[in-house]
Design a protein around this ligand. Structure first.
Ligand code: AOF
Ligand code: ZN
Length: 341
């Protein structure tokens, strides 16, 4: 099952609104086929794994990180493919929270006489698809709040060493998210343009808040393709700017409206990055906490005592409880992650 999750992650950032799924077929203790779901609209993990195994799948065991589907969506049901292949057993990481699947896949396999085990490495499988699960259960995108802090406790407008480079924590984080929200001053000051350096990364949609901007928003030279993945939310017309970049004029765009827009585009995960001018974030931070729109927090603590302190975070009256805290060192910084509860 751990291998299924590893294989599934090859499609990290590419499957929304679908989940990442990996499948491994085993016979006589040997792996004889494996596959993953590469992209919505393309075949599911089980189909690729069964193709890879061919006739050898008969009497084998199929391990799948998510319950096989039992419906006709963009692709036919995986349960039927598994039954046809004559595997004798299916081991499932977790039940699919999609209401049109929700254990119907397990039942279909059992009715066909296949032994089914459910809940192997379940936590790992759930973590793999935390955004998909949240989106299925609530109908809203999964939102992660990220910011950098100095050891002196100040909000910093900078990332740690190598964070943006391939393998750096920020580059890997960007690869995981379908969209990133940040302040226009982050771009104007060339603090960061959110592009993942991971090989073959699907780049997130960049949503730029520009309340604090009073001149043309500086966007680095982008290819037409990259420009089509930038949206600027402005209160006033700000000159011509980069061709191909979408501008949404709104005197007050709420976080709920931004998330609704993401959802309509099939985007399931959003990184709200407190990079740039804090003024741009004040309203949507308050709204996010008030309406329970934040699920996760990622904080980078840099090895700097104070740095160019921008502003101390003012989270007064905002939800304070965070669970499942983990921490690691990356590029000389401490990365702390947790989930709001
Ligand atoms: C699986 N294996 O690899 C995936 C599954 O439109 P479709 O046909 O792609 O169906 C999408 C739904 O199928 C998705 O919402 C989820 O419930 C399930 N995804 N199921 O057996 C896979 N990606
Ligand atoms: Zn399927």
């Amino acid at each position: 099952m751990r291998r299924c999750v590893g294989v599934a992650r090859k499609a990290i950032g590419c499957t929304s609104p679908n989940p990442m799924v990996g499948c491994v077929i085993v016979r006589d203790g040997k792996i004889i086929g494996e596959g993953f779901h590469p992209k919505a609209g393309q075949p599911h993990a089980e189909v690729f794994a069964l193709r890879d195994a061919g006739d050898l799948a008969e009497n084998g065991i199929a391990y799948v990180s998510l319950e096989p589907c039992n419906h006709y969506g963009r692709t036919p049901p995986c349960t039927e493919a598994l039954i046809k292949s004559k595997v004798k057993k299916v081991v499932v990481g977790m039940v699919d929270p999609n209401p049109i699947v929700a254990s119907a896949g397990v039942k279909r396999l059992q009715d066909a006489g296949i032994e089914v085990i459910v809940g192997v490495e379940e936590e790992l499988c759930k973590k793999l698809n935390e955004a998909y699960i949240h989106q299925m259960l609530t109908g809203k995108p999964f939102v992660t709040l990220r910011y950098s802090l100095s050891l002196g406790g100040n909000l910093l407008n900078q990332l740690g060493e190598n964070a943006m480079e391939r393998g750096g924590y920020y580059s890997k984080l960007l690869q995981e998210y379908d969209a990133v929200i940040l302040s226009s001053t982050a771009l104007a000051n060339k603090l960061v343009f959110p592009v993942s350096s991971e090989l073959g990364a699907n780049q997130p949609l960049t949503i730029v808040l520009s309340k604090s901007a009073n001149s043309l928003i500086q966007i680095p030279d982008l290819t037409t393709d990259a420009a089509s993945k930038v949206i600027i939310i402005t209160e006033k017309e700000l000159g011509n700017g980069q061709e191909g970049v979408q501008r949404t004029l709104s005197d007050k765009m709420t976080l709920a409206e931004i998330l609704e827009h993401c959802k309509r585009k099939g985007l399931c995960s959003v990184l709200l990055d407190l990079m740039g001018d804090y003024v741009d974030f004040e309203d949507i931070l308050k709204e996010g906490f008030d309406k329970d729109l934040f699920q996760k927090v990622v904080v980078e603590v840099l090895p700097i005592w104070d740095g160019s302190a921008v502003k101390t975070l003012s989270f007064a009256n905002m939800k304070t409880r965070v669970k499942n805290l983990t921490s690691r060192i990356s590029g000389g910084s401490l990365i702390v992650e947790g989930y709001f509860c």
